[in-house]
Design a protein around this ligand. Structure first.
Ligand code: HEC
Length: 111
């Protein structure tokens, strides 16, 4: 049975975008590129902080420091940062993502 044309078209559109970005992030996540964590902090505070603050009843940092946090290594951090940024439609460059990943790692996750 043929796939619905719209779904097939969506898949074709998504693939070339998502795969190279995921690969690039995996490379950035190994620390080959230096992150500007001060720039990352500014981007984070402007776009990410408020929602986490609301979710964590007033303490945004708790999202990253709570005992049952979901992120346990740098690759997972890169993926979750990309996911949240994508959901928000921020259109962040690889450099922006890398800077925010660097900030979150330096400040909270320590990996
Ligand atoms: C509209 C709300 C919202 C915004 C804005 C948002 N997030 Fe999130 N974020 C969430 C939710 C919901 C979770 C998942 C909580 C859970 O799984 O318990 C989450 C989880 C995370 C985690 C994983 C925390 C852990 O458990 O270790 C990271 C990292 C993260 N977000 C990064 C970001 C970054 C970076 C941005 C800005 C680009 C951002 N988020 C913006 C809602 C948001």
């Amino acid at each position: 049975m043929a796939r619905p044309p719209l779904l097939a078209a969506t898949e074709m559109l998504m693939k070339p975008i998502s795969i190279p970005l995921a690969v690039t992030l995996a490379i950035s996540a190994t620390g080959l590129q230096a992150a500007d964590s001060e720039k990352g902090r500014k981007l984070h505070d402007a776009h990410c902080r408020a929602c986490h603050e609301a979710l964590m009843q007033g303490d945004p940092n708790l999202m990253y420091t709570r005992p049952d946090r979901q992120v346990h290594d740098r690759t997972a951090l890169a993926k979750q940062t990309q996911r949240c940024a994508q959901n928000l439609g921020l259109g962040w460059s690889e450099e922006n993502l890398n800077d925010v990943i660097g900030y979150l790692s330096e400040e909270f996750y320590k990996f």
